[in-house]
Design a protein around this ligand. Sequence first.
Ligand code: ZN
Length: 523
Amino acid sequence: INFMVHKPKDVQVDIQPDKMILCCKNDSDDVIYNELYFYDKVLINDSRERVYDRTINVLLRKVKPDYSWPHLQKDPAKPSWISVDFDNWRDWEHEEDEGKEEYERYMDVKMSASNKGTAPDMGDLSDLVTSVVSCSPAELQREASGKKETVKGFNVKLLDTVLFPEGGGQPDDRGLIGGVPVLRVTRLGPDAVHFVASPVQVGQEVRVEVDWERRFDHMQQHSGQHLITAVAENLFGYRTTSWELGRQRSTIELDAPSVTPAQLRALEDSVNEKIRGHVPVNVQLLSVDDPAVEKVRSRGLPDDHAGPIRIIDIEGVDANMCCGTHVSNLSHLQVIKLLGTEKGKKNKTNLVFLVGNRVLRYAEKSYSTERSLVSLLKTGPDEHVEAVDKLQKSVKLLQKTNLSLLRDVAVLVAQNFKNNPQRGNFFSLHRKEGDNEFMSIIANEINTEETQLFLTVGEEKGPGLFLLAGPSGRVAEMGPRVLEMLQGKGAGKNGRFQGKANSLARRAEVEALLQQQHTAEGE
Ligand SMILES: [Zn+2]
């Protein structure tokens, strides 16, 4: 099992015969805790883990060596964070120690490679040896798990780079410069500026490596966008006015007030047909004054543009001026799924789409959610919406019934007190279930001109609500003291004092105090 954790710290792996626990921190100090119950027993003395820079590998040996497990976990529902790396699948079972050695070698190779194996070959562009031109202190503003933060680091310019800076709607690359992680790449005129956390020596020769998994994902989404844009314009004349490559899903803003479901279907069919046709995608460089430049789709050049014009040409489909990174053949897109449309800005429609591996991940996640819902709702996926709708309606009905019962209880409680000939004129009550209305009804039913009332609802020793009622002078005097004893917040007037209690732990004490006060005054 290969746990992908960036720069794992404080790694604790506990392998037991029927389960394993992994606990560690990642590079942003988030605590990761996983418990996996195995399908069958493992040999704990023959299992071990190795911690690497980007992963934690756990090698497990089954007790029954020739018995194939149908799945890893006892529970057949697969959590969304587990996937099988079929590209690197091998049966180590019959190879004993030789196999183990090979496994280790495979793991080492896998760790050192930035290429995950699923994406097409990048040729000689996945890494590059170049030299450092400049390195100066800098700051980076970024958002990490919803919080804005400033990272101190360095801006690095290189003689050449394989890392793509933001542009054309495509986010920037991640990667390494001489082993130092690159956190942001931006374009400054003709240069790429790489932000790194620790400095690199000017003049030094360094290897630049790209995070190929992230890059390939961006290539799929971006080339997919070119294709959808071109086909939407060819089929319906809908121009693309902007697009956004999101972390989960991407959108194309079409200059059309609406897109019908039939049009959506036709568009999806057509783009996928072109993918099946494995149409080549070529990059052409034209000089600015080339008459061919006029014929391509373009949203204009940036003011600081220098050098030739770059055209992305999908053979026979589209030619588009673009600086982004693209696949070399439409077949690399695998598949395009148009998830639907959303209302855009004035008279525009946003088209939500996924390309390639994102479609696979989406299907995997949806299926896992579906499985969980099947077991929770006890119905098949086709009945899920209906089942949830029913549940919500019945919860609403229960809440209504519950409230009306609570009101009836309040009236009965008050009547019961009034009908008691030995009642005296002090009444105190605590009830776990209840609300302000419940207490108010009791207070309204009992004549508080003569009776002192102390009511609480909520957890026995935890938070709750309280109401104090009675002759107004005494309530005004006692209210603040009650508030203090219940660590609460509240206010009162005209013989009522009510509020929230942080803790009802001293409720009995309050009751005793009130009763004592009451008796003393009564005499
Ligand atoms: Zn583009």
